[in-house]
Design a binder for this molecule. Sequence first.
Ligand code: LUO
Ligand code: ZN
Length: 500
Amino acid sequence: MTTKIIYFTVHGKLERAEFRADCSAADVKDLFRAAAEVGPHHILKMYNPSGSVVNISPRLEANSTESCYRLEVVASDLQSVSVSPQLDNMEYRLHHLESKVLEDVGKSPDIICELKSQVESFKRKLESVKNLSWMGLFKEDGHQQLSAFPPKPKRPQTSEQEERQQVRMRFLNMSSLQVTEEVREHLKTPIFDNWQWEEAEMLVLLQVMFTDLDFLTAFHIELHVLQNFLFQVYCNYNNIPFHNFQHCFCVTQMMYGLIWLADLRNKLGRIDLFIMLTSALCHDLDHPGYNNVYQINAQTDLALRYNDISPLENHHCAVAFGILSKPESNILKNMTSEQYKYIRGGMIKCILATDMARHNEILNKFKMIQPVFNFTNKDHKEVLMKIMVKVSDISNEARPMAVAEPWLDCLLQEFFNQSDTEKLKGLPVTPFMDRDKVCRPSSQTNFIRFVLLPLVTELTEMFPCLEQHILEPVRRALEYYSDMERATEEEEQEEGGPKP
Ligand code: LUO
Ligand code: ZN
């Protein structure tokens, strides 16, 4: 009997699992629970190299150490607590209906089986978001106690805390090593591939960005305080498909690349560069994976606290200054009070500017001033800094296709999670998030043609050297998805219309 070899990391360690191809699903799950050292009441999630969740079953594809999976313990089992009385009721009625039909016609129709499996999958999905009550998923009997900050999801302390401490130790051990000149130069380009680096290494590279822009000497930042700050930022990004620490790193690395490519060190003050880089780093802190439309429709704690005004972006900024309020991670502590006020004001403006509902407002203002831009004009500089953070935030498609494409998978996965939950709760569903409506190539061609391309075109008007590094790759990405869209349409015509 053939056996299957699976390579995966768990708690930061590379492991090798082996099981027979005829092994049962339950045995495979027990095998990975043993590897994660957790009991039967924990929920495991396996991620493939591109960050998508894969099913833990005998059909798991064999791999190699180069393409190993990542095993996560995401929550303790909630079987004991009913995740939703409505679903239990639906399940009961389904069983009752099925027994009636069996009596009358002797077999269970497909529709009943289909409905039962849908109820089962909704229960599993709800279990995994049970602890995220501050997104309004589970309002205990109607009124929610407003705490100072939303309760952090109750994840198992041991595995996640242990994993974070391991990342911290690896980060501090590596940070004393010299990063090669080749990596330093590569870090300044938009072709940097984030998928090749693990989290501790990304923390080292973020430290390199702050040191290579001379922020430590200019603002008297002690290295260990910077390291605490970076580690706290890492700890405050959530383990969700898109708006996670990898996205934070990508946005910060893109900002770092733009600063060097557009030679902004000779056009803006170092304090403005510091504001842009630190805003990029903090811009999605503690993102829950559910956007502002959801927060407002579900009347979550965040929407209530920020009166529906950019609830997420206000929260990201508040979490950033929560970290900066602790002396051990306050990289602003040796700055003058003028510098502190200017930096705080700049970060609030830049982070709030990442709310895509304000996209046209900000881009139109930039279009107006760009032809007459004046680097000594405070208002002009402010708009440019917002544009720089926005471009860094949404320009995955300026990266090589092999780097950008997995990001679209991650984004759609997060969007589909949200629309599934909206359907379940009877909330309005955003069309480009609905797994039953999204056509991947056309959603991306629309995004690039109407959102990303106009944005980077305007920035390239101001910094022509970005044509080759940013504008051209975005144009190529538009071509790529337009070709894919045409191919999909031709295929559908041959098959006589879109697939059901
Ligand atoms: C734009 C955006 C908003 C929230 C979260 C992610 C994104 N990003 C993207 N959206 N960031 C990068 C990308 C990307 O490459 N593609 C898309 N595609 C679709 C889903 C889209 O159209 N998103 C979108 C467009 C406009 C908008 O507000 C004007 C918000 C989302
Ligand atoms: Zn972002």
